[in-house]
Ligand binder design. Structure first.
Ligand code: PLP
Length: 405
């Protein structure tokens, strides 16, 4: 096996072998090794070009290496990158103000990864339940939904219904009740005096782009208000333009009590996440009760501010709505016995197959389109929202060719 190409750089095969030998095997990636990217396109180490139709699970809504975010990163990195929260920095105030305004809520608590922000929301909800709602300490319950995906910490996988996420990782934390997704009657029945919050994804992306019935979000909002329960929307994947609105909750005109955000919050440059909530929810945290060394660091804040600026100035939510509607129609035009259904909102689209999706993803890869299966039988399509109309039309042609026969 050749380990280098003529110009001396490593080959795909040698890099895969090296990673397999020394990296943990907790992923099953497609066999290509990316070395460069721009906008919606990536290049592998042998110089082949691919259209990225995954966007790092929607972390790259603004596209790879957006020049405005790159400039903010470089500029900030040349001044100060990390202060810890022991001292203040000059980027955090505007980041909090701008993000709170975007969400129509009061207060921001910055973290790094999505799972950490979900953990933060869980802690806030439990303490709010105790201190504000009057639930006895240690007895608060959070309602969640079957097929949820909220991250990979031990607490979070403890209320997953997916065996692969849980097996062998117990014992798990109590305090969660799992309900069928989209079932308002189940929510109504489950809400009791000890319920502090409902934690949900407005569209279950990881589970295979599962949309709840129309009216579910409005119903959830009404129940949470009526029963004094916090409505916590995990929009880490669906938020920031992905589904054709700023937040997926906007499709039903609903504002939760807290958003959990991450992924595209930093446009793919740097892990930045946050809980954005009403003042009374995050006011349960006083000094010393919660924190993160890197949370709210000036580099992350500067990058996130630029990422939010791109989202706004390039009208990426509108773009997602328009291009997504077109792509959904194009994919629904494909008639093939292996295709059960194509569903989605904006540029978050799932193609439900009757068979494992992996072989189709590999066939698409061979034609220069990168997609990844989710839950075995679903092809997830989530290209960067900056993707060109022509590029998307070309991708649709590759889908048509792969499903031609
Ligand atoms: C990706 C994701 C998370 C976890 O984010 P990480 O940054 O991977 O920890 C949580 N919730 C949802 C809905 C996600 O899509």
């Amino acid at each position: 096996m050749a380990t280098t190409t003529l110009d001396g750089s490593a080959t795909t095969d040698s890099l895969i072998a090296l990673e397999d030998a020394h990296g943990a095997h907790n992923y099953h990636p497609l066999d290509l090794v990316i070395e460069r990217a721009e906008g919606a396109w990536v290049w592998d180490v042998e110089g082949r070009r691919y259209l990225d139709c995954l966007s790092a699970y929607s972390a790259l809504n603004q596209g790879h290496r957006h020049p405005r975010i790159l400039a903010a990163l470089v500029e900030q990195a040349s001044r100060v990158t990390l202060t810890s929260r022991a001292f203040r920095n000059d980027q955090l105030p505007a980041f909090c103000a701008e993000l709170a305004a975007l969400c129509g809520l009061d207060v921001v608590l910055p973290m790094n990864t999505g799972a950490e922000a979900v953990e933060t929301a869980i802690k806030a909800a439990r303490r709010w339940g105790h201190r504000v709602k009057g639930i006895p300490d240690g007895e608060a319950e959070i309602l969640v939904f079957a097929n949820n995906f909220h991250g990979r910490t031990t607490t979070i996988v403890g209320f997953s219904t997916e065996a692969a996420y849980r097996d062998g990782f117990g014992p798990f934390a109590p305090g969660f009740r799992v309900l069928p997704f989209g079932d308002l009657d189940a929510v109504r029945d489950a809400m009791g005096p000890r319920t502090c919050a409902v934690l949900f994804e407005p569209i279950q992306a990881e589970a295979g782009i599962l949309l709840p019935p129309d009216g579910f979000l409005r119903g959830l909002r009404a129940l949470c208000t009526e029963r004094n329960v916090l409505m916590i929307a995990d929009e880490i994947q669906t938020g920031l333009g992905r589904t054709g609105r700023t937040f997926a909750c906007d499709h039903e005109g609903v504002r939760p009590d807290a958003y959990v955000l991450g992924k595209a919050l930093s446009g793919g440059f740097y892990p930045v996440s946050a809980v954005v909530a009403r003042r009374d929810v995050l006011d349960v945290f006083g000094p010393g009760s919660h924190g993160s060394t890197f949370g709210g660091n000036p580099l992350g804040c500067a990058v996130a501010r630029a990422a939010l600026g791109v989202l706004r100035d390039e009208r990426l939510a509108e773009r997602s709505a328009e291009l997504g509607a077109w792509l959904l129609r194009a994919l629904r035009g494909i008639a093939h016995p292996d295709v059960v259904e194509v569903r989605g909102r904006g540029l978050l689209i799932g193609m439900q197959l009757r068979v494992p999706a992996r072989l189709y993803c590999e066939a698409l890869q061979a034609r220069g389109v990168l997609c990844k299966e989710t839950h075995d039988t679903v092809i997830r399509l989530a290209p960067p929202l900056v993707v060109g109309r022509d590029d998307l039309a070309w991708a649709a042609e590759q889908f048509a060719a792969v499903f031609a026969g």
